[in-house]
Design a protein around this ligand. Structure first.
Ligand code: NAP
Ligand code: HSE
Length: 428
């Protein structure tokens, strides 16, 4: 029988305790599957005295995660603290310099420092595994790296932040404002400690940046993502979208074209009958497209103790079996530096605006759109009682640059009673 695989776990919060529970309750099963005992040598967290519901007496303790990462009795450093800087980065680097393997759920760390960490890991012959970092319990990284190894990946898309999807679907179900549902989600503990990571689209963009690197052979490029959060979405947008057969989702899309790497994370309209349109609550969905396979749709829990620990355990089991490989699907020194590109693919757009309620206002807007080459598909003016008239327009497919010209020209018409909300309607 092989030597036991010895873990050092830094972070005993939601995910760390989930991993600990699986190891304690399913040790025999894991041994049968990997051929090795998987044991915890030592752990680290901020507070040694916190009651975590289980005794930690059998494990070593380190106050400093860097010291944990360097221990002689640790083969795999399991980083479950979070954050792109500070202890998570320092301890991960220390583990790699000491020749350890690393398993992490930390998308922020990989989205910001992925290339440097991959180079460090590969220079030491170490692996970094991070299945839990993208879409929680969904095995999307394994699917890309293993199941789709024979494919040129043509497009990656997905709803990868459960909190935003919860807020958007709950607004519709409860008929309540963004502010009300944001407060509800925060009260339920669904949001990150810094909620801007969720609602600003940053957390989902971290995940998209990682998927892009794995899919397109490019260095992870978080700064190249066109990023927009969900804070501007109103209950009126959600109702109007529903009225026209759409749902609003915080959707990430990445593809490589002749002009460069397109990566965007922004609220979009998707058909309500599409798989993405039917995704409710905190569930995640990732759509992968490959030249040979066509389209694969993966759906499942994107967060929470069990699902995230499940993904961390998959990585630990792979390392127990001796399955390693380059961090981003090919050696780090062969990854291209991407050229960020804005999407030139024409798409229909949803426009919501408030017009000054006077004769000719609608005609002026229609004229401005027409002059920019943007054709109107559908148009509605809703009943109103105040001095501005709410108007919705769905365009035919148009280039974003033509639409931007029209939006700029609208400001000069003298009939706008507020800013325009413009959302892309995504073909999915
Ligand atoms: P969490 O519940 O906030 O737990 C964080 C843990 O890290 C706590 O045990 C904390 O110690 C410990 N910690 C923080 N700073 C530390 C330091 N300086 N030294 C030692 N320990 C420190 O976080 P989580 O939700 O488990 O998330 C962990 C990671 O998984 C993050 O990267 C997160 O993005 C990722 N992730 C989480 C989920 C999810 O559903 N929660 C899903 C996917 C990915 P104390 O307990 O003593 O405070
Ligand atoms: N805040 C994240 C989400 C946690 O809501 O999806 C999982 O990464």
């Amino acid at each position: 029988m092989s030597q036991p695989l010895r873990l050092g776990i830094a972070g005993l919060g939601t995910v760390g305790m989930g991993v600990l529970h699986i190891l304690r309750q399913h040790g025999d099963m894991l041994k049968q599957r990997t051929g090795r005992d998987i044991v915890i040598s030592a752990v680290s967290a901020r507070s040694r005295n916190k009651d975590r519901g289980v005794s930690l007496a059998g494990y070593g303790w380190e106050d400093d995660p860097v010291a944990l990462a360097q221990r002689d009795d640790v083969d795999i450093f399991v980083e479950l603290m979070g954050g792109s800087e500070g202890p998570a980065k320092e301890a991960t680097e220390a583990a790699l310099r000491a020749g350890k393997q690393v398993v992490t759920a930390n998308k922020a760390l990989l989205a910001i420092h992925g290339q440097a960490l991959a180079e460090l890991a590969e220079s030491k012959g170490s692996a970094i595994r991070y299945e839990a970092a993208v879409a929680g319990g969904i095995p999307v990284i394994k699917t890309l790296v293993e199941g789709l190894a024979g494919n040129e990946i043509t497009r990656v898309m997905g709803v990868m932040n459960g909190s935003c999807n919860y807020i958007l679907t709950r607004m519709e179900d409860a008929g309540k404002s963004y502010q009300d549902i944001f407060a509800e989600a925060e009260g339920l503990g669904y949001l990150e400690a810094d909620p801007q990571l969720d609602v600003g689209g940053i957390d989902a963009a971290h995940k998209l940046a990682i998927l892009s690197a794995l899919s397109f052979g490019t260095r992870v490029d978080f700064d190249g993502i066109q990023l927009e959060g969900i804070e501007q979405i109103t209950i009126e947008d959600i109702r109007a979208a529903a009225d026209m057969g759409f749902k609003i989702k915080l959707l990430g899309v990445a593809q490589k074209t002749g002009r460069g790497l397109e990566q965007r994370m922004q609220p979009c309209l998707v058909p309500e009958t599409s798989p993405l349109g039917q995704l409710d609550g905190g569930t995640n969905m990732v759509v992968l497209e490959g030249h040979a396979v066509g389209q694969i749709v993966l759906r499942g829990p994107g967060a929470g103790e069990g699902p995230t620990a499940s993904a961390v355990m998959a990585d630990i089991c792979d390392l127990a079996r001796g399955w390693t490989g380059p961090v981003f699907n090919q050696p780090a020194d062969t990854l291209e530096t991407p050229t960020p590109a804005l999407s030139q693919r024409p798409a229909p757009y949803y426009l919501r605006m408030a017009l000054v309620d006077k004769p000719g206002a609608m005609a002026k807007i229609a004229a401005v759109l027409g002059e920019a080459g943007v054709s109107i598909n559908r148009m509605r003016q809703y009943e109103h009682s105040d001095v501005s008239a709410p108007v919705l327009i769905v365009t035919h497919k148009t280039n974003r640059s033509d639409l931007d010209r029209a939006l700029a020209a609208m400001d000069g018409t003298g009939v706008m009673a507020g800013p325009v909300v413009a959302l892309r309607i995504e073909e999915v």
